[in-house]
Design a protein. Sequence first.
Length: 202
Amino acid sequence: MRLSRVEVTGSFLLFITWLNYIDTQALVPMALFACLCHECGHCLAIWFTHGRVRLLRLSCIGAQIYLEKPLPHTQELFVALCGPAVNLLLAKGITNETFSGINLSLAFFNLLPIGQLDGSRILHSLLSLFFSGVAADKVLLVVGYVLSIIVWLSALCLLFLNKNFTLFLASTWLLVRTFLPEFSKIDRKRIELGLVRKRIRR
């Protein structure tokens, strides 16, 4: 289903339905609001940098923002930071402990430099300011491999300790996205997100 510049996939609707079914503490509405604030942070940063959103796509793996034109590295860094920054501000400013915890978790999870998470774009932007794009890609790939394994093993332990199945699913998705060849091409992912410049071969 697509309305103007927002596309909602069937997998997103199924995922939300499943979360709502297993939710016994009314956490889903708060989590969705935290995610909405997170994406609004990115969109406001894009607007501030004079970027233009071509499409906002919602799927079971989260939200993906596509821009009409890529951004330079410094602006990409700013845009990537603004999403987690909004969640950290909400966690600090809201007195509800549950909502604060959700925002903290969302912020720190997105700051992991793995796959399509904000942390990957932040780290790549920082590296690209001092090193070549190829070197930045290689470092990000190695970091993503190592961290995705650590996160998955941690989530596996938590699955047996306190039955945290949602975290295990999220970490499994990160692991798959990192190691499968079709998903591990960093240039492709960054270009699809529309947040960096395509390299021009000379």
